[in-house]
Ligand binder design. Structure first.
Ligand code: SAH
Length: 219
């Protein structure tokens, strides 16, 4: 594959830094992960365009800015254990894997999970564990997580995620309420009520599962 590092530098200079992505570790991760390696061959030319792209099964690889925004908002530190819900292509998992110690990533569509496993292996990423299933249930056997991030929008914060969050950790997810979607950061001081901060208006595919929407049509 050709070296696309110059395009990644342009992506950082044009689409990330001017919109507030300033965390050096996040910029380094965005600089290091080749987005084209997570795309079908016919779309690789568009790898650094500032928009989502189709990856099959009606799903999309997130816009690079949104991946960076989510990673920065999650305040991931070296050594952290991260749960990602919505593996999709595996691209965001590869970015998170550069910031964290270990990433568990759950995908409900088996074909996408299999593709992500192959792409992550080909990209030499070793600290992502892809699991096929309903990510709204979390992964109790691997909890607690220092950060939980989702790439699909649900109606509420899934309760299992609150139970599986480590002390001082946070959840970053798109919430869909009242017809609009916002990326939010959820923290829980002590055992008190969760605190939800609204970050930005976003557009994600639906989070479909027991603690999400019940079907693709959101009924
Ligand atoms: N981060 C991905 C974006 C994938 S789009 C990337 O970089 O490519 C969101 C993904 O969430 C879709 O693949 C969809 O199938 C998945 N998804 C939706 N609901 C889910 C659930 N309950 N559990 C796991 N994955 C889910």
């Amino acid at each position: 594959m050709t070296d696309r590092s110059a395009e990644r530098e342009d992506m950082i200079a044009w689409h990330l830094e001017p919109r507030g992505i300033r965390e050096p570790a996040v910029l380094d991760a965005m600089r290091a992960v080749p987005r084209e390696a997570f795309l079908p061959a016919r779309l690789r030319g568009e790898a650094y365009a500032d928009h989502p792209l189709p990856i099959g099964d009606g799903q999309t690889i997130s816009q690079p800015y949104v991946v960076a925004l989510t990673a920065q908002a999650a305040r991931i530190r070296p050594g952290d254990r991260v749960l990602e819900v919505g593996t999709g292509s595996g691209y965001a998992a590869a970015v998170l894997a550069r910031l964290a110690g270990e990433v568990w990533s759950v995908e409900r569509v088996p074909g996408l999970a299999a593709g992500a496993v192959d792409a992550l292996a080909a990209a030499g990423v070793r600290n992502v564990h892809v699991v096929t299933g309903d990510g709204t249930l979390g992964l109790p056997d691997h909890a607690p997580f220092d950060a939980i991030v989702a790439a699909a929008a649900g109606p509420d914060v899934p309760l299992p995620w609150l139970d599986q969050l480590a002390d001082g950790g946070c959840i970053v997810m798109p919430l869909e309420q009242g017809g609009g979607q916002h990326l939010v950061r959820v923290t829980r001081p002590g055992t008190g009520e969760p605190v939800i901060e609204r970050l930005e208006s976003v557009r994600f595919v639906p989070l479909v599962g027991e603690h999400g929407w019940h079907r693709d049509d959101r009924s």
